[in-house]
Design a protein around this ligand. Sequence first.
Ligand code: AMP
Ligand code: GLY
Length: 424
Amino acid sequence: MKVLIVGSGGREHAIAWKVAESPRVDKIYCAPGNAGIAEYAECVDIGAMEFDRLADFAQEMGIDLTIIGMDDPLVGGVVDVFEARGLRVFGPRKNAAILEGSKAFSKDLMKKYDIPTAAYENFDDPEKALAYLETANFPIVLKADGLALGKGVLICNTPEEAREGVKTIMLDKKFGAAGNQMVIEEFMTGREVSVLSFVDGKTIRIMTSAQDHKRALDGDQGLNTGGMGTFSPSPFYTDEIDTFCKEYIYQRTVDAMAAEGRPFKGIIFFGLMLTEKGPKVLEYNARFGDPEAQVVLPRMKNDIIDVMEACVDGTLENVELEFEDNAVVCVVLASDGYPVKYEKGFEIHGLEKFKGLEGYHVFHAGSKFSADGKIVTNGGRVLGVTATGKDLKAARANAYEAVKWIDFENKYCRGDIGKAIDEV
Ligand code: AMP
Ligand code: GLY
């Protein structure tokens, strides 16, 4: 069969690699793709938000399944455009992708269906938000309602900071229309875990757990980023926590969406915080995590096409997911200065060492071919160097060894990805 993948990051590279493993797949296209994805897929120059061009391409090429990797097109309704033309597509429709697209929607859903999350209020009027802050406890968390590249969350320690935050989100519109509404919620503490799942509208199958490192610098210091590295499984995600989440969070979310007339098909990513009072939902995403996909997919034994088709067809109850009894660590190599200001266009050396090497991957996030055919840096996050090991310590040692194989000017990475695992 022929598959089209929509997206251009490390997550889509991991998806493309996994799809390429399926014996059912003869040809993969990726729109727009990147220099790493080009190893598995023919990259086509169509942007992820050009829905009609994407659907035209799928029709013309006789694509059997399109996989949407990114949040923006999902929230924008790309799946509805494909379905209206009778094209098979993996991902939630617009009315279900709102689970990620509106934090106010997701908070109200959790409240209505009794799914554990932080206490909150929604606001569409900045004056009311400011008045609410008068009697609030601090720290407090402000969230722009819509998609904001993971940057629309402000943790405010004082009333002054929070007032400034309301202005930033709702009046200055730093995150654009995402700030037309805002959630103000209770500050929680605890470890964060990412749990990804496949959903077919009614049945949910949980993948293995992972943990991201969002801050730019070692020791979780510095600015928030798109993710500086991940590991899987999370040793903090115990059987007891899994049992709790299965009872109170996962299926309840799927049932809630169905009950609202918004059946969810695709990936639900549960961003959980393990608080003293039990696991609570920090956020939902409607797609694979990036860089969570890079550590979860290499551990998955199933043919990803079988699982995705079961989601599309509503037959996921017949599928059991299986994962290797091992661990994977992904260290993101970034351009120094990310996420603020950085240079691009530097040649990347050492990629050939990963070719055909069992247990190692280099997933491209921001790379491209230069005019003379070299692979050069083309973003803040450039590569995700990923390695397998029998346990997390071994995987981490392997990943940091492989980090040394790659060289480019201004290469930067955190030195402590997965270090917290030494505590358990
Ligand atoms: P979100 O995009 O909602 O996942 O938020 C981004 C990050 O902000 C999370 O990964 C947490 O580190 C932090 N965060 C979000 N909500 C809260 C909260 N209620 N309490 C503490 N930290 C939070
Ligand atoms: N790694 C966090 C995300 O994909 O949203």
